[in-house]
Design a protein around this ligand. Sequence first.
Ligand SMILES: [Zn+2]
Length: 246
Amino acid sequence: MHYTASILHNSISTAGPADVLAVPRRLSILHELRALVPRRDNVTFSEAVIIAELQAAKLLELHEIDDGPVPGEIVTELPKLRIEQTTHAASGASWWDTGRGEWVIHLNRRDSWNRRRFTLVHEFKHIIDHGRRHVLYIGTSFKSPKDQAEQAADYFAGCVLVPRRLLKRAWGQGIQKVADLARLFHVSPAAIEVRLRQTGLVDTPSRYEESEVIRQALGRKVNCCDRGRRSLATEKDEASTSGKEN
Ligand SMILES: [Zn+2]
């Protein structure tokens, strides 16, 4: 694994005077991921799913990840992001803390470590999407915009924690049992099964799974974002702060 801790803090907001001289000014990682969303408004959900995969690949590239398991620090050590472990009913939640000027991700300490890793990256996708959800997820007669956002966040988390290229490499090296792959990538067996189908390594290949199937496989009991007015779903509440966080 090639993992460079310093790059985690490589943003304009955290660079000190010495860093400014040594490192070219660049956008924060969050900005770089958001920049992959086209500026037009007519983004289809199929495109939104592809964007999610591109953002996952970019996040891994920026951290020079070339082996599993993918470290959760690629998210937890980002600047202006606070992780809190709670015992709330939901698996996770995320919002912008106006008072402290930073993003917050709640994880349920009762969940297994592997599940918390998945929830962490899922919630980070909601943060990436902040301000553009209305463009990325317009819903259909069968699926609400919120359900589409949840589905995209699940897909993003799978792409980050079980990268297509690394999964195929492991498969090619003969690691093909679900339990072995789950151990390799530090995710649940269910998450591996979903990724094997998504990457076409087993039957029913598709770029993404129906959200209901994913949720059943991952055992989600509640919607991670059901936090009422503090939820990212109420982006109007946070619109005034969204431009300040990075
Ligand atoms: Zn969610």
